[in-house]
Design a binder for this molecule. Structure first.
Ligand code: ATP
Ligand code: MG
Ligand code: MG
Ligand code: MG
Length: 567
């Protein structure tokens, strides 16, 4: 590529409304242009980087065995009504009507569409597990679109969805995807951390976010200084009684509660037997069963009957207190199996509940199914989750070391959805016995366009962007000195340009008739990792002036040394 035939749209002035460095630099270097709040056009230079991120994400998804699909951005309201999110999602969901007055939305995410697609396409357990991904434009009508590409309203996301016969299979794929995400962010050359996360309005059970560490990040991440523990501080807020969860917990939807004031009474009145197959459980808590509920969920593979009290904190996760209204709703709801649930850490929501023991019990009474739990005596649960007010230096919830708090940019998020969507939308397959079984699901997002901005946040200096090698728009720039006056310089520049191109190196030749200083400034602002300067002196001595954008020290190289430096 030649700059004379390529749109170089660098600007000197720092745009007034850009607050964070990535936004400033992406505008200044001519990567993107704003159309309206949260809406950006990609110029050729920026698009090359976006496509590279996309390619790495696609390759690693394929390596992990995922199949690519492409779903529409516009989605019919009916699917969202089926899942219950038409009501729940709030004003981030951009809704519109078509000419026939039918309701639609622009997809902020695609759980409904993929579940609808796959309930029709997948028939048998033999086709599972399967994971599908797309790289596609999402729309979220963010309250505060800001920071350029970091929080756009329209943005590019890779979203993947997995389907399973059971929770164990979901866990296996979840691990695989976790590993694939690490490969992706490693290849992108970013300093990132996987952290425990809340599931937000997507719903589900276990979840991790991937954060690129940068001061401009909008999230606080709590790290243990002596273990791998890391969690998004917002997590506890969302799980806490005061937290504003978008949907009632699944336990609340599914558990029928007994007509007893306390669990002790429950046990006494109904002589509850522990049910061998009960996996989920659990309700109840204190004196007034109607007023003070705590729900716990037992992780997928554990049989309630076999869990030792002292192990409970490892396998159960209490959700928040339910409201009276939710309890009443729960009481009305028909009983059923909650489906296996997984969560990574135990969380205490109700700080008045500090001990529990003799947990457990699910029972069939008069054909009605009940679940209950005893709180009480022996087991002291670790107080881990209330990260809302944590400060650096506080003890880590994992029990090892103290907490360090850093800012992070959420670039990826993986969820164990469980049966949230498949149950609501009746996505079943035939199991080994020929019976319809609800599929278990996972979902996995990466903010492809946000990754580009996050990379800039982590890789820049006062002259501009310093792209990680893997996602630079071009890897090498050739800047000839007075090429338009010196035939020898022109020939030497053209020769090395042709040679690099022939080797498959992505190279741009700055053949504009500009002052050297302004060509250098542009290439540095744009962030090309390797610069070769061709001048009369080098032509005489047969050497090349080489500059690595990151290292910043000029070197005189022979051609062999040059090719070695370019890798
Ligand atoms: P955030 O907490 O930043 O609002 P989110 O939790 O709402 O993000 P998810 O629903 O987890 O986002 O979506 C998956 C990924 O999509 C996120 O991890 C993030 O990288 C990206 N993403 C989400 N919202 C935006 C946005 N407004 N602009 C750019 N990327 C986004
Ligand atoms: Mg969001
Ligand atoms: Mg988030
Ligand atoms: Mg998220």
């Amino acid at each position: 590529m030649r700059t004379s035939q390529y749109l170089i749209s660098t600007v000197k002035e720092t745009p007034a409304d850009a607050q964070v460095i990535s936004h400033k630099l992406m505008l200044k270097s001519g990567m993107v242009r704003k159309l309206a709040a949260g809406l950006y056009s990609w110029l050729p230079m920026g698009l090359r980087t976006l496509r590279k991120v996309e390619a790495i994400v696609r390759e690693e998804m394929e390596n992990a065995g995922c199949q690519e699909v492409l779903m529409p951005a516009a989605q019919p309201a009916e699917l969202w009504q089926e899942s219950g999110r038409w009501e729940q999602y709030g004003s981030e969901l951009l809704r519109f009507t078509d000419r026939h007055n039918r309701d639609f939305c622009l997809g902020p995410t695609h759980e409904e569409v993929i579940t609808d697609l796959m309930r029709n396409e997948i028939r048998s357990y033999k086709q599972l597990p399967s994971t599908f991904f797309q790289i596609q434009t999402k729309f979220r009508d963010e309250v505060r679109p800001r920071f350029g590409l970091m929080r756009g309203r329209e943005f590019l996301m890779k979203d993947a969805y997995s389907f399973h016969v059971n929770h164990q299979s979901l866990l296996e794929t979840y691990e695989k995807m976790h590993a694939a995400y690490c490969c992706i962010f490693d290849r992108l050359g970013l300093d990132y951390r996987p952290v425990l996360a809340d599931t937000g309005s997507i719903g589900g059970t276990g979840s991790h976010e991937f954060h690129v560490l940068a001061d401009s990040g909008e999230d606080d991440i709590a790290f243990s200084d002596s273990s791998d523990y890391a969690a998004n501080v917002e997590m506890a807020e969302a799980l806490s009684p005061a937290g504003d969860r978008a949907e009632p917990t699944q336990a609340m939807e599914l558990v029928e509660t007994p007509n007893a004031k306390t669990i002790d009474q429950l046990v006494e009145q109904h002589s509850i037997a522990i049910e061998k197959t009960a996996k989920t459980l659990i309700v109840e808590a204190s004196d007034e069963i109607e007023a003070n509920f705590v729900a716990l969920m037992i992780r997928g593979d554990h049989d309630l009957n076999e869990i030792k009290a002292e192990k409970l904190s490892e396998v159960a996760v209490p959700l928040r207190m339910a409201t009276d209204e939710e309890v009443r709703q729960a009481m009305k709801a028909s009983p059923g199996s909650l489906g296996p649930i997984n969560c990574s850490i135990p969380v205490i929501i109700d700080r008045s509940v500090e001990k529990m023991s003799d947990f457990g019990a699910g029972a069939n009474i008069d054909n009605k199914h009940y679940f209950g739990i005893n709180w009480g005596r022996d087991l002291e649960l670790p107080k881990v989750a209330d990260l809302r007010n944590v400060q650096a230096g506080d003890p880590s919830p994992c029990g090892q070391g103290t907490l360090d708090i850093k800012r992070g940019i959420e670039v990826g998020h993986i969820f164990q959805l469980g049966t949230k969507y498949s149950q609501a939308m009746k996505a079943t397959v035939l199991d080994e016995n020929g019976k319809a079984a609800t599929m278990t699901m996972g979902c996995y997002g990466i903010g492809v366009s946000r990754v580009v901005a996050a990379a800039v946040e982590q890789n820049h200096d006062d002259r501009g962007i310093i792209w990680p090698e893997a996602i630079a728009p071009f890897r090498v720039c050739i800047v000839p000195m007075k090429m338009h006056k010196s035939v020898r310089v022109k020939e030497a520049a053209e020769a090395i340009y042709a040679e690099l191109k022939a080797k498959g190196v992505e190279v741009i030749l700055d053949d504009r008739n500009e002052r050297p200083g302004s060509m250098f400034a542009d290439m540095e602002l744009i962030g090309i990792p390797h610069r070769i300067v061709i001048g009369e002196r080098g032509v005489d001595s047969g050497t090349f002036e080489y500059l690595n954008r990151r290292e910043g020290e000029k070197k005189e190289f022979t051609k062999e040394q040059l090719f070695e430096a370019l890798g």
